[in-house]
Design a protein around this ligand. Structure first.
Ligand SMILES: [Zn+2]
Length: 317
């Protein structure tokens, strides 16, 4: 049995830049976590491709995050174009459905961190026109918009304008890397569904990148979704397919019909995956594990596909 997969976060665009952050690998087939060949074994596929930037890139590579942002963007656009019979850019949920019906995968462009365009809310409209449909405010640093899970610090006035502008344009707001303070600041002002694209349960794995039960419930109340993350560090000790199921079942105690749970594997953005999860094709093995834990097929297909599609429908016009 195969299920279509809609995954809310990967860093494949960044990983394809290679060691020197300059070379471009291929989306068709590579040694990373995601390529189209392995995704082709799934029963359908939609993937949010993040353009990841942080001011730390200056120190890491002596390259401006603006330059890296442009290279990631060019990589996504070029790889979609080179493989256009297999994958198409999706601006709306309708585009994802249309691609699916044609047997094609969908790529949704998203932002992880805002250093790549100088934290400027006025540039969001340009990013929207290019095709970005989900934005985060920061990665792991405190910046002019908000504090992060590693630094603390709330939402700034500029951050508030950023959230309002993103939601006005029709972009999903992603809270995965935010500090708790900034998370709750956004909950006070949000006018639509909020997404934690790649975060697990802090009750089961106590790291600041994961969500407390109150945070999970607050996201449910907005009509948003949470994407299950395969990074072993955020799954917990002995991270394997059963422990990732534990996170799912814990969220389902608060959301019995699993209407607010989705996938956000963090593939190509983490150095150690959950055991038994080797790459995008492993979503099939994970589905079998979830079914074996007593979750029904209808519920599984909501988690794997419909919930992410629904939140995109509600946010992205
Ligand atoms: Zn991340």
């Amino acid at each position: 049995m195969s299920f279509p997969v809609f995954d809310l976060h990967c860093d494949t665009a960044y990983a394809l830049l290679g060691e020197d952050r300059n070379s471009v690998g291929s989306l068709k087939k590579n040694g990373l976590h995601i390529d189209l060949e392995r995704a082709g074994t799934l029963g359908g596929y939609a993937q949010c491709f993040a353009c990841f930037t942080t001011p730390m890139m200056e120190q890491w590579y002596h390259i401006s995050p603006i330059t890296i942002f442009e290279r990631e963007l060019a990589t996504i656009q070029r790889e979609i174009d080179k493989n256009k019979r297999k994958i198409g850019l999706a601006y709306t949920a309708q585009d994802v459905r249309r691609n699916f019906e044609k047997g094609k995968a969908s790529a949704v462009m998203t932002l992880e961190g805002t250093a790549g365009f100088g934290y400027d809310p006025a540039l969001l409209e340009d990013l929207y026109m290019i095709g970005f449909r989900m934005v985060s405010l920061t990665w792991n640093e405190q910046n002019p918009l908000a504090g992060s899970c590693q630094t603390g610090g709330g939402l700034t006035d500029q951050g508030k304008v950023f959230v309002e502008e993103a939601q006005r344009l029709g972009m999903m707001v992603d809270v995965s890397h935010l500090s708790d303070e900034a998370f709750w600041d956004i909950m006070k002002i949000t006018r639509g569904p909020v997404v934690a694209s790649h975060s697990n349960s802090r009750t089961l794995c106590d790291v600041s990148r994961n969500l407390t039960d109150d945070m999970f419930r607050a996201i449910c109340e907005t009509g948003g979704v949470v994407g299950l993350n395969q990074f072993a560090k955020f799954v917990g000790d002995n991270a394997n397919l059963d422990t990732i199921c534990d996170h799912l079942l814990h969220f389902m105690q608060m959301d019995p019909d699993a209407e607010h749970i989705a996938l956000g594997g963090d593939l190509d953005g983490c150095d150690q995956l959950t055991e038994g999860f080797e790459g995008v094709h492993s979503y099939s093995a994970m589905a079998q594990r979830i079914l074996a834990r007593g979750v029904g097929e209808d519920t599984l297909s909501r988690i794997y596909w419909t919930n992410a599609l629904g939140v995109m429908e509600r946010c992205c016009m």
